[in-house]
Write a protein that binds this ligand. Structure first.
Ligand code: BES
Ligand code: MN
Ligand code: ZN
Length: 482
């Protein structure tokens, strides 16, 4: 979608020409004197309009307005969530007109509504067409964002545009069925990023991975006809001497559970088991667009988790790249088995922080539902930075505990560690497993099992947590400049 910025004062709203115009009205708005202020006063007084979220007045060919269709909508106090809700209501009304172009006027606000408006429109109009071309690509092609002083918001505008591209790319790869998003295809997509400035990509196959000693990752991949890939992305926006942030994304392109086979119901949704990887790709695309002053490494172990004659069996013991042996009691706890080797690999970058992102446990969905991602951190400063980034980007997370007592159930008589404990606190014990491999650097783990996709009628990837990750990375560049 093509967004553009326009300066338009409140007393010019009436005379703005467009096919469709949406006017956002927060409570207490005092527009500059003019026909629009008079119009608003009259309608507020008569009770025909109020500023409650989603309350709207629509008109077609209304006298005094230059736009063909006008939708004036209340946004309450004007918070991001309220703006989102109001716009999705307005879009529900306006989409019947199938507009190609849309203008949205918003007053100057603090914090600016701009980001919320852009995200809401992008979200409401996104369509996945790769394997369903008949689901016509969105009609809406151009959006003009009009406000009293647009020049003040140029940086925020560029940031939001890059974020939308990143989120939509993450959705694209998340939504692709497993036969259209194999490890090799994911690697190809990552390699495509290398055409951008300051971006590099290296892809390792089974031979290289075995040579590195990634016995745990290789074991998960061994029963699949699709060869594994280990993707290494580099974005170098700062001096070489500056330690990078490493993002590690779980890239299970399909999770059958392996020999510990999953039940059939909703198993199709396990195509989303690479949404962590997709969020890394999306974040890198946004970095490519914004070119911020920071160094970032992206690591994606990608493979399928399949059952066959060569498959891992419960009880098998494998040796991870760290040297620790792992007893695999449940082959469906495969995410941690591929991530642990990627975490060991991350050490070589002497990172300032490592963040892994994974659709890791059904237990996290039970704990936090679909609202907040689970967040674990070995470092308080990193935890606080991620919490703040989530709040600012409206892509929330919630810190979970890492008490040593939770690791009790991972003890094994046959290896250094078992890959599962009992059912209790399943998201926490998974994090405790990972923590054993996240030594030597500040580490955080985001369990996005509940937030990376939606089920039911609106089934599809959300693009989360690209918003949180980008916000966190850009905040680091500010720290760098001080
Ligand atoms: N990819 C799944 C986690 C998952 C399940 C995410 C359902 C979203 C919805 C992961 O690989 C898995 O299967 N985890 C197991 C772990 C268990 C065997 C300890 C789970 O959560 O059941
Ligand atoms: Mn699994
Ligand atoms: Zn999985």
């Amino acid at each position: 979608m093509n967004f553009s910025l326009l300066t338009l004062s409140s007393n010019a709203v009436h005379s703005h020409k467009s096919d469709v115009l949406v006017v956002l009205i927060p409570e207490g708005l005092k527009p500059a004197r003019g026909p629009f202020a008079d119009w608003l006063q009259r309608h507020l007084k008569s009770g025909d309009f109020n500023t409650q979220v989603g309350f709207h007045l629509t008109a077609f060919d209304a006298p005094g307005w230059s736009a063909k269709r006008v939708c004036v909508v209340g946004v309450g106090a004007g918070s991001a969530a309220q703006v989102r809700q109001a716009l999705s209501t307005a879009w529900g009304v306006l989409k019947v007109a199938k507009p190609e172009a849309l203008s949205v006027w918003m007053p100057e606000s603090n914090p600016p509504m701009l980001g919320a408006v852009m995200q809401a429109l992008a979200d409401a109009t996104y369509v996945f067409t790769t394997t369903k071309p008949s689901a016509k690509a969105r009609n809406l092609k151009r959006v003009t964002l009009a406000m009293p002083d647009a020049s003040k918001h140029k940086i925020e505008f560029a940031r939001q545009q890059a974020l939308i591209e990143g989120v939509e790319w993450a959705k694209e790869w998340g939504n692709r069925p497993a036969n259209h998003a194999t490890p090799a295809m994911l690697a190809k997509a990552a390699q495509g990023l290398a055409k951008h400035r300051r971006m590099r990509c290296q892809v390792l196959g089974p031979k290289e991975v075995n040579k590195l000693g990634m016995g745990s990752f290789a074991a998960v991949a061994q029963a699949s006809a699709e060869p594994l890939r280990f993707i290494v992305l580099n974005y170098n926006g700062a001096a070489k001497s500056q330690a990078p942030v490493v993002l590690v994304g779980k890239g299970i392109t399909f999770d059958t559970g392996g020999i510990s086979l999953k039940p059939g119901a909703a198993m199709d949704e396990m195509k989303f088991d690479m949404c962590g990887a997709a969020s890394v790709l999306g974040t890198f695309l946004a970095l490519a667009k914004l070119q911020p002053a920071i160094n970032v490494v992206g690591l994606i172990p990608a493979c399928e988790n399949m059952p066959d004659g060569r498959a891992l069996k419960p009880g098998d013991v494998v040796t991870s790249m760290s040297g620790q042996t792992i007893e695999i009691l449940n082959t469906d706890a495969e995410g941690r088995l591929i991530l642990c080797d990627a975490l060991t690999y991350a050490k070589r970058f002497k990172p300032s922080a490592v963040i892994d992102i994974a659709t890791l446990t059904g237990a996290c969905v039970i704990a936090l539902g679909h609202v907040r991602s689970g967040m674990y951190a070995s470092d308080d400063a990193l935890a606080q930075a991620l919490e703040a980034a989530g709040e600012a980007a409206h892509d929330l997370c919630w810190r979970m505990p890492l008490d040593e007592a939770y690791a009790e159930g991972l003890k094994s008589n046959f290896a250094d560690v078992a890959n599962v404990a009992d059912r209790a606190a399943g998201s926490v014990t998974a994090a405790k497993f990972l923590q054993r491999f996240a030594t030597d650097f500040p580490w955080a783990h985001l369990d996005i099992a509940g937030t990376a996709w939606k089920s039911g009628a609106t089934k599809g990837a959300t693009g989360r947590p690209v918003g949180l990750l980008l916000q966190y990375l850009l905040a680091q560049t500010q720290n760098n400049e001080h």
